[in-house]
Design a protein around this ligand. Structure first.
Ligand code: ATP
Length: 448
């Protein structure tokens, strides 16, 4: 399958099966904003839960936080976003479409703007001079729409963590090194958004800030780089050969070391199909020092035992929930020929799949629908998301669940009514086995 085709196929499968819809579609859509449908919301929740479990619940040294999207406007002056969170923008003089210079050059492969063709109208070299454009969404707080009431939608969740550093540390009685984790919405007025949910204007981040003693930052940067890589391969199940680590040569104003975990999406995403899904940064003491300066409040860690005080260094791991979810879909998508027909499968890791089981009565008679309903309701009650389907030929029902990414299908047939056994069909291998109805729950739990 050509790379560019995959994204088109994912967009159409996502709509067909209820993973992702375009925002405000009946009005022609909103630029690069997407809505998650019934299956999409479950998949994204499972991704976020897997992150929360690994980063918060499984660790004594990391606390969770849910900070508000709206923050004091001075936060964004201190963080450097008002001054530095800009992208160089050019406009095509012919069609007036605007593009981010760096993405335009990397996506067209041109050496400079003079030789760059407009992706929209095809004119070459008709560009305005680049100018800096701030990516933060601005709005007003309260009834007055004047400069005194300007407020921003946060462009990253990290700052909510920094300003709460001492609140969390003292209330949770944490000692350095420790971290604060948060999942939440972020907003960026991206100039050239696109590529489905890869680059959107409203998205969710899963960020963790790890506070360490200056001098130990290099060691913790490496530790987190490894831990996050392992999460993407082992927990999320992304294929290792579709992942790479890309160290940054050009560092952001706050960082002393940084790198990205990139996934191969193909098509026009990122660098020849490789797009960032998570960034790992050594942010030094930049953020806390700046917040001290701008707020006039001390943000120091007091180590009573060692009788010392210092502003900690911060190692940040910043993943996009939407990009990881898109990577899960891209990683899972397969088309294979089965008995002369194309079978589309989303081979999502069972632990992340929105639905764990499809439950089907073979025919709509002889007590089979009742028995199937009973099994379906029992699974649901035990926290195993299940889908009951009695419509259409059994083969078609299997195919629908294959496309939805459901790892197991359970069929209730004549034999079930006689001896209490059911057929379990496995999505990826299509292999069927017969097990007792009483074993269904343990069979599924073992494999989820
Ligand atoms: P890019 O270079 O692709 O613009 P970035 O380096 O600006 O990304 P960070 O600021 O490091 O991204 O943000 C951390 C994570 O947030 C990214 O790895 C990505 O998963 C996610 N993210 C950032 N911008 C977007 C966006 N516009 N749409 C969806 N996810 C995003």
């Amino acid at each position: 399958m050509a790379d560019t085709e995959l994204m088109d196929k994912l967009v159409s499968l996502s709509k067909r099966r209820g993973y992702v819809f375009q925002s405000s579609e009946i009005y022609g859509g909103t630029g690069s904003v997407w809505d998650y449908g019934p299956l999409g919301v479950e998949l994204k929740r499972n991704v976020k839960e897997a992150w929360w479990k690994a980063m918060v619940h499984m660790r004594d040294d990391i606390e969770g936080l849910d900070a508000a999207i709206l923050m004091h406007p001075r936060v964004w002056e201190a963080s450097g976003h008002v001054e530095n969170f800009t992208d160089p923008l050019v406009e095509c003089r012919n069609c007036h479409r605007r593009f981010r210079v760096d993405t335009l050059l990397s996506e067209t492969g041109a050496a400079d703007l003079e030789h760059t063709q407009c992706p929209s109208c095809g004119k070459t070299g008709e560009w305005t001079e680049p100018r800096e454009f701030n990516l933060m969404f601005k709005t007003f707080m309260g009834p007055a729409e004047d400069t005194a009431s300007v407020i921003y939608l946060r462009p990253e969740t990290a700052q909510g963590i920094y300003v709460n550093f001492l609140n969390v540390q003292t209330s949770a009685r944490q000692k350095i090194p420790f971290g604060i984790a948060q999942i939440g919405k972020a907003f960026r007025n991206e100039i050239t958004p696109g590529n489905f949910t890869f680059r959107t204007r409203e998205f969710e981040q899963m960020e963790m800030q790890y506070f360490v003693k200056p001098g130990s930052d290099g060691k913790f940067f490496e530790e987190w780089r490894e831990a996050r890589w392992k999460w993407h391969t082992d927990t999320i199940g992304l294929a290792a050969d579709r992942l790479r680590y890309h160290p940054h040569e050009k560092l952001a104003h706050y960082a002393s070391a940084a790198g990205d975990v990139e996934f191969f999406f193909g098509g026009t995403i990122g660098d020849e199909g490789w797009g960032e899904i998570e960034g790992i940064h050594n942010r030094t003491d930049f953020d806390l020092t700046r917040h001290q300066e701008y707020s006039g409040k001390k943000l120091q860690y007091v180590d009573a035992a060692a009788n010392e005080k210092y502003v900690p260094y911060i190692i940040e791991t910043s993943a996009g929930a939407d990009r990881v979810t898109l990577a899960v879909l891209a990683n899972a998508y397969r088309e294979e020929e089965v008995e002369g027909e194309v079978r589309t499968v989303l081979a999502i890791k069972p632990s992340l799949a929105p639905l764990k089981a499809g439950v089907f009565p073979l025919v709509k008679k002889d007590g089979m629908p009742d028995r199937a309903t009973q099994i379906h309701e029992d699974l649901r009650a035990r926290g195993i998301p299940s889908f009951y389907d009695e419509s259409g030929a059994i083969g078609r029902r299997y195919r629908r669940q294959d496309e939805a990414g459901t790892p197991f299908c359970i069929t209730i047939d004549g034999e079930t009514m006689e001896n209490g056994t059911v057929t379990v069909r496995e999505r990826d291998s299509m292999q069927q086995s017969r097990i007792s109805q009483d074993e269904i729950v343990s069979y599924l739990r073992e494999r989820l």
